[in-house]
Design a protein around this ligand. Structure first.
Ligand code: F6R
Length: 625
């Protein structure tokens, strides 16, 4: 049994489906809105109501909603899709659902079919014609072809086709000729089945659309096919067709409030402001400052591996990679274990040297990032122990890893990662300190001091959030800048990278994060009176060095916005703006310094009229490579 982090208990497109006694449309449209964070360049639905009605539209789910306002939206079986384009530009034609040549089958698909081109070619020679550029349309034609030529039932045709395709998928199919049937399957892309108490079944890419209807869910495993017919669900293995006996029904304990905006204008701001609580939740029940003890059920069984580890390799992407960089400093600083931090996408394709003495830590908010999953598979095949750090319960990473820890930050809906990052860093700090203790590299009194300081972080984050009004002023001042530079050293270097990433992804301003001292090896040439330079310049080991770096920027007329420790006077005299954060240990500065940087990007993006929750070209979780 895979680890699932020894625990009770989340791209690309979003998919939903319903089969039951009521109209499917309300569930489908609301579900697509909940899943819009996964992709939002087009949306569509298919409904069975004697005929197969397919409606699809480029743009947001709200545009689809307007489009169908005067259409027949009745039907007790239906599927819906919100898309993040992989094959084919985002337009009405390429939107899902796609239909078979004979018009009887409709499919929605999250993932990518890598060998679609050769299948398409073969189908074209057989007379198939295609009305989109997608791999998904090829898949449904392929299924149809098998059904008709092998003269098998639809379910069997789906299974046979899936055995031929290369790639990742979560799919759902309905058929005009089978008004009581919905077929869903997954490999590599997530899929949850909700079990209603009135014989209805729901499917979705994650549990958020389902919880208003039922709390009983089944997470499909990779290579499983769910056949829902006449109020019965049967799950089978795609390879050998074996029926799964007594599939495990989980009880969801997500609250509806946790997936709604709760009075905030958008999810990103809500999630920024949730951080005092999410950081607390990520440590809850794990540390006891009084006696300096620590527990993490997912770690216990593998502590000896960490104690004896020759090396830790961290694999992740984007913001999670930045959390991994903080972890490098933490593990080397405290536990004295050498650490390498790898982009999962690079690691997976270069023949890395990994062995049984290595521990690989995979960090991911969604638990579904394709490159991170592939990096895990590769490291596993080379004998390394894999430890996952993940936010979404029931996602792929907890299933694939030997052990791990959830971050408990709660659902993160805004595409730009905020609270997931600080929760990841908190959990990694806990683990690094604990391993340092196990390896005898930290004195008990120091450990207690660090654990005690960690417990103050939620209230210090609250204090850091109080700079919001000042940050709005700074944002007004710099919102039209074309470029930004972010500088930091030591623990603050990953913070600089994260600050720059946040700004680019939601405001579309070009930004670079750099180690402050490295600036003079190139980027200093960019500095002039138009360049805002955000410097993380908190007290600590590197303070004086960063002060010198600020002087270098000032000498070239760069505009300094500095994140400083409360009460700093030296930098105040040098910078155009200073944002103060509470004092803390050097190693915990990332947890506080990130907060004003999130707010700065947020306000600049809002002032530039950008959609912060759904920035262009991005998806919350990248389930294709
Ligand atoms: C940035 C962001 C992305 C993700 C990256 C990894 O705000 O959200 O860079 O951090 O796509 O995603 P996960 O953590 O889900 O593996």
């Amino acid at each position: 049994m895979p680890s699932q982090f020894n625990f009770f208990i989340f791209l690309m497109c979003g998919i939903v489906g319903y089969i039951g006694g009521r109209d499917a449309y309300p569930f489908l449209i609301n579900g697509l809105k909940r899943l819009e964070y996964r992709g939002y360049d087009s949306a569509g639905i298919a409904l069975l109501n004697n005929t197969l009605n397919v409606y699809k539209k480029a743009g947001k789910v709200s545009e689809l909603e307007e489009f169908v306002a005067d259409k027949d939206i009745h039907g007790t079986v239906g599927i819906g899709h919100t898309r993040w384009a992989t094959h084919g530009e985002p337009n009405d034609r390429n939107a899902h659902p796609h239909i078979s040549q004979d018009g009887t089958l409709a499919i929605i698909h999250n993932g990518i079919i890598e060998n679609y081109a050769s299948i398409k070619e073969a189908l074209i020679t057989k007379g198939h014609t295609f009305s989109s550029d997608t791999d998904t349309e090829v898949l449904i034609h392929f299924i149809e072809d098998i059904r008709d030529n092998a003269k098998v039932e639809l379910e069997e045709a789906v299974r046979l086709a899936l055995n031929e395709v290369v790639g990742a998928y979560a799919i759902a199919i309905i058929s005009k000729n089978h008004p009581n049937l919905l077929i869903a399957a997954r490999k590599g892309s997530p899929l949850v089945v909700g079990v209603g108490n009135d014989g209805a079944y729901f499917i979705a890419s994650d549990a958020t659309p389902i919880i208003e209807y039922t709390r009983n869910v089944i997470y499909l495993e990779d290579r499983e096919i769910a056949v829902i017919q006449d109020q019965k669900l049967v799950i089978k293995n795609i390879n050998d067709n074996k029926v799964k006996k007594n599939p495990y029904i989980e009880k969801l304990n997500l609250s509806i409030e946790s997936i709604e905006k709760g009075g905030f204008e958008n999810f990103m701001l809500k999630e920024i402001y949730e951080q005092p609580r999410s950081i607390l939740d990520s440590m809850r029940g794990r540390i006891n400052t009084k006696n300096g003890t620590f527990q993490m059920s997912g770690l216990r069984e593998y502590e000896h591996k960490f104690i004896n580890a020759k090396r830790i390799i961290i694999v992740a992407c984007g913001t999670s990679w930045h959390a991994g960089l903080v972890a490098e400093y933490l593990f080397e600083d405290f536990a004295r274990i050498p650490v390498e931090v790898e982009y999962a996408s690079e690691f997976r394709y270069r023949n890395p040297v990994v062995g049984e003495d290595d521990i690989v830590i995979a960090i991911s908010q969604s638990g579904e990032t394709a490159d991170t999953l592939a990096a895990i598979e590769l490291a596993k095949s080379k004998g390394a122990m894999i430890f996952g750090i993940c936010n979404v319960v029931g996602s792929s990473i907890p299933r694939m890893t030997h052990a791990g820890a959830y971050t408990h930050a709660g659902p993160e809906i805004g595409v730009a990662s905020t609270k997931a990052f600080t929760a990841q860093v908190t959990v990694l700090t806990l683990i690094a300190l604990h391993i340092a203790q196990l390896r005898g590299k930290i004195a008990d009194k120091d450990l207690r001091r660090f654990f005690g300081e960690l417990e103050t972080i939620p209230s210090k984050v609250e204090k850091a959030l109080l700079s919001n009004d000042l940050i709005i002023k700074i944002a007004e001042h710099f919102k039209d800048a074309q470029n930004f530079l972010y500088l930091g050293r030591g623990y603050c270097f990953p913070v600089a990278l994260e600050g720059a990433l946040k700004l680019k992804e939601i405001s579309y301003i070009h930004a670079e994060g750099y180690p402050a001292a490295e600036m003079k090896h190139g980027p200093i040439a960019l500095i002039d009176e138009n360049m805002p330079v955000v410097v993380i310049a908190t007290e600590g080991a590197n303070y004086e060095k960063v002060v010198s770096n600020i002087q270098e920027v000032k000498a070239r007329k760069g505009r300094i916005i500095a994140i400083v420790s409360e009460g700093d006077v030296k930098i105040k005299a040098m910078a155009e703006y200073v944002i103060e954060i509470p004092h803390t240990e050097d190693c915990m500065v990332p947890l506080l310094a990130t907060i004003p940087l999130q707010l700065l990007s947020y306000h600049i993006a809002i002032m530039r009229g950008c959609n912060v929750d759904q920035p262009r070209n991005l998806a919350k979780s990248v389930t294709v490579e």
